[in-house]
Design a protein around this ligand. Structure first.
Ligand SMILES: Nc1ncnc2c1ncn2[C@@H]1O[C@H](COP(=O)(O)OP(=O)(O)OP(=O)(O)O)[C@@H](O)[C@H]1O
Length: 240
């Protein structure tokens, strides 16, 4: 499913945070949104998920305008925010059931889909445990499982690995790549960690509210003469 962002701009008060950003996401592909702290990644996610009201520009998902047809478009988006949105006092299965009810799924269908996702994420045997008993990596997996319950074709993840140890970070990252491949999901993975990006990924580099580069890591290094993506990123962002 394609995502088209055209001339997107956003200000908090008088401070511009996104400046005339345009890009397109390819269907069924993993895209990394790379930017240092404060680049505007979460603001962009806020606009894509309608937590923030559009001020300038246009967002089209599968050809449909988000501003004009919000319900239809939002039904195609799954999102994992930077900060956990799970209820730690509910069980794993209750957290899924609550989200499914908000999405209008019947209890039976919710249980069926929920258990399938939990099995997929290796969490089925933890289904009746309270979320506060899970470690950080399992919590993030549960958040992704929850984001997939309504079968979106676009998955947005805002710094999904924050707070995880390196091994859990790498496992979560490759898990999302497997999902992307198996379900033809379009993925936008926001991060400030270069090690989460592979050379063949499409990389969008955001810095101080501007899109500074868009291409595969390999192509960006070739075009900008960097030794590797880290070097290219430093050149573009001045080491911020
Ligand atoms: N509610 C707000 N009011 C005013 N300024 C804000 C608000 N939220 C974010 N900002 C500012 O907007 C800029 C972009 O922030 P944003 O959170 O979108 O960046 P980010 O790339 O997600 O950074 P991080 O990785 O630190 O979350 C920053 O300078 C931030 O201080």
């Amino acid at each position: 499913m394609t995502v088209d962002i055209r001339n997107l701009g956003f200000r908090y008060g008088n401070t511009p945070v996104l400046r005339a950003i345009s890009f397109r996401l390819d269907p069924g592909r993993f895209h990394a949104l790379l930017g240092p702290n404060g680049a505007g990644k979460s603001t962009l996610f806020g606009l894509l998920t309608r937590l923030l009201a559009l001020q300038q520009g246009e967002i089209r998902i599968a050809g449909t305008s988000l501003a004009r047809h919000p319900a239809a478009v939002m039904g195609q988006i799954g999102v994992v925010f930077q900060h956990s949105a799970l209820d730690p006092d509910l069980t794993v299965r209750q957290n899924l059931a609550y989200h499914a009810a908000l999405q209008g799924l019947s209890r039976r269908e919710a249980r069926r889909r929920g258990d399938r996702e939990l099995a997929r994420f290796g969490l089925l045997e933890r289904a009746n445990e309270r979320v506060r008993q899970l470690n950080g990596g399992h919590r993030r997996r549960l958040e992704i499982a929850r984001a997939l319950l309504h079968r979106p074709s676009l998955l947005l993840l805002d710094e999904a690995t924050v707070g995880l140890d390196p091994a859990s970070r790498a496992a979560l990252n490759s898990h999302v790549r497997d999902l992307c491949r198996e379900r033809a999901l379009t993925v936008l993975w926001a991060t400030h960690l270069i090690e989460e990006i592979r050379p063949e990924d499409r990389v969008l580099i955001l810095h101080r509210g501007r899109l500074r580069a868009d291409g595969t890591g390999q192509a960006l290094c070739r075009a900008l003469g960097g030794r590797d993506l880290a070097d290219t990123f430093r050149t573009l962002t001045g080491g911020d």
